[in-house]
Design a binder for this molecule. Structure first.
Ligand code: ZN
Length: 43
């Protein structure tokens, strides 16, 4: 079985897993943030 694809968000420091929208676009290797909110630097 595949290990779960997990990363730590570069902003909030929480672990998150791959998402369909990332997997389908093939951008998972580039994803650094858990959500759009973190990606855009919401305060
Ligand atoms: Zn985050």
């Amino acid at each position: 079985m595949k290990p779960k694809e997990t990363k730590i968000c570069a902003r909030c420091g929480r672990p998150f897993t791959n998402r369909k929208q990332w997997a389908s676009r093939g951008i998972w290797p580039q994803v650094k943030y858990c959500s759009n909110r973190c990606r855009h630097g919401a305060k």
